[in-house]
Design a protein around this ligand. Structure first.
Ligand code: ZN
Length: 281
């Protein structure tokens, strides 16, 4: 089933006097939304008891929970000590995801920093192989890792790179951030045909199952020549991309992605706008 929801708590949630993630479950269900993405941002700091309590509440209201692993994961790092830390960030995220009762953990693949891009990508794929082997050994085969397309040209994670990361592993899904893809190439998504080209390439590279069940991040994003600058709201009319043609394509192709809206501050209402438009089709 296709799902729509926000990434993180929005400004309106706070304005209505709420402050705890556990309160999101009923709040989102009452609005008619389906999912919520919780970001670990700077580190995984949650106790098992708290996470299980939140998970139970989300289960009660039938709102799916996903997590975003800490942002500083870099599977292409040249420093072995940092490479070991990546495992800690990824597996502590998966452990918490299990407590929350969720299925999907998004991560940012990495950046070459001073290395040549091809070398960095090769190193990243080797590290990913180890991560996926450990994921199996640690008993996380029932959870998805989702490799995200990134918004800056300097970062690893254009569409082709994410396809090559995901293609060899059953439990590694693409997280297609259409705002990032648009921003990193300075506004390439103008309409339906541009979305179609991306989704067709994804299906060609990863097959129908991973395309149908892909993870999606969506927001309008301001960019410069180097790519992503900052997340915007659906009020923006300059940078895009527009969500309507994407949702028409999703309906035409009968895709069932998990869509987390990442608008800046208005993510819940913008997720609802997406869901309402989709329902109108
Ligand atoms: Zn992300």
């Amino acid at each position: 089933m296709i799902k729509f929801g926000p990434s993180g708590s929005c400004e309106r949630f706070a304005a209505e006097g709420y402050s705890h993630t556990i309160q999101e479950a009923k709040w989102l269900a009452d609005l008619g939304l389906d999912c919520f993405e919780y970001s670990f941002g700077r580190g995984v700091r949650i106790t098992e008891k708290t996470a299980r309590g939140i998970g139970e509440e989300f289960k009660r209201y039938n709102v799916e929970f996903s997590v975003h692993a800490p942002y500083f994961i870099n599977l292409a790092t040249l420093e072995e000590e940092k490479a070991a830390n990546n495992h800690e960030y990824i597996f502590s995220s998966l452990r918490a995801l299990r407590w929350f009762g969720g299925k999907r953990c998004v991560f940012h693949p990495g950046s070459p920093l001073k290395a040549a891009r091809d070398d960095a990508m090769k190193l990243l794929l080797e590290r990913l192989e180890l991560v996926m082997r450990l994921k199996h050994e640690y008993g996380f085969d029932d959870l998805w890792l989702c490799a995200e397309t990134m918004g800056k040209k300097s970062q690893l994670g254009d569409l082709e790179e994410v396809i090559s990361m995901c293609k060899d592993y059953d439990t590694l899904l693409p997280c297609i951030d259409f705002g990032h893809l648009n921003a990193r190439d300075c506004g390439i998504i103008k309409g339906y045909d541009d979305y179609k080209r991306i989704v067709d390439r994804l299906a060609d590279g990863l097959g129908d199952f991973k395309t149908k069940n892909m993870h999606v991040h969506f927001s309008k994003i301001q960019y410069t020549a180097k790519g992503e600058l900052r997340h915007l709201t659906f009020e923006d009319e300059k940078y895009g991309p527009d969500y309507e043609p994407l949702l028409r394509l999703i309906a035409d192709y009968k895709l069932e992605p998990y869509i987390a809206c990442e608008s800046s501050g208005t993510q819940t209402m913008d997720a609802l706008a997406m869901k309402n438009y989709y329902k109108s089709l």
